[in-house]
Write a protein that binds this ligand. Sequence first.
Ligand SMILES: [Zn+2]
Length: 358
Amino acid sequence: MLIYNIGHLLQVPGIFQNAFLRVENGKIAEVGLMSQAPAIQDQDIDALGRVVMPGFVDCHTHLAHAGGMNGSFAGRCNAVESISEVDLRQAIEDRLSFMESLGTTTVEIKTGYANSDEAVRKCLAAIPKRLGVVATEMSPLANVTSPRWLLRENVRFVDALCDPEGLNPDQLRAPLRMMHTPIKLHVCVSAPGDGVPLALDLNAVSVEHLLYATQRDVDLLSRSKTIAVLLPAMAFLSKAGRFAPARALLDSGVAVALATDANPGDSPTYSMPFVMQLAIGEMKMTAFEVICAATLNAARAIHEDHRVGSLVPGKDADFLILASKDYRDLPPVQRVFRSGRECLRTCAADASAPASFF
Ligand SMILES: [Zn+2]
């Protein structure tokens, strides 16, 4: 299948203008300029000069929950205790379907709402075991004084809240040092702290939130390969009164990823486009920086960059056609493709869409 007449093909990090994308057996086979495009067949798709880019990768969510927005953290933990595994899995699947309709084709799901090992086990069992879903186990946030992880077979990463409202570095250092599973950490969530030095000491894949990151943290991260995962929707929706220092991180050369932090407590959104718009408006990132942060860097943050996050030959053909011809407008998603198969045409596909909105 050929997608032709692409105005901006965001290969990430490169950009082609007037380009084509050829898909074969669910993989990207070739990209290039229209002047070198193969012959067009009946089943091929005319992009009408619009933007084509990789599907969004949401690398930080808490979809394994059963509570609504109206309630407490304890209430949400209790809801996970009482829901059946089957119903929890269906709730997660429904959320994944909605996210796909917004252009998100790969999702990381963290546990987090649990009072007991049994509830953590249920959450891990309910997370779908399939392509495009990555499970991360968080040390329980409720009723614990020391970190622990069950490490079921589908756990790809371990994570913990290293914060005054969670666990402190001294509680986390020894157990995490013994881990063979790659490490992520929630750091600088409610106050400055020593989460970043701990994460770098443990060779963590990513540090996440960074709302209260200091210049020392920025300097340390700039000398590491650890990815900064920023969650501006949480900052906005929880009225935190501040955002992570994205500009300082980027200007220091830190790899920045964006994610929704989707959860019913302090970040009730499933929308990567909303997160990207906030990153431009509130954190002064450029359109191209947010696109890289929502695709390739997000894929790197969950070790899925061998498969998705950019449109290079050999990767899965997970891509989007956007509603206008200039990516700098961050136009809405029209059509969503996963492994080369169209899985969704949004309302924007059949309407004359405005130039830019989310
Ligand atoms: Zn989180």
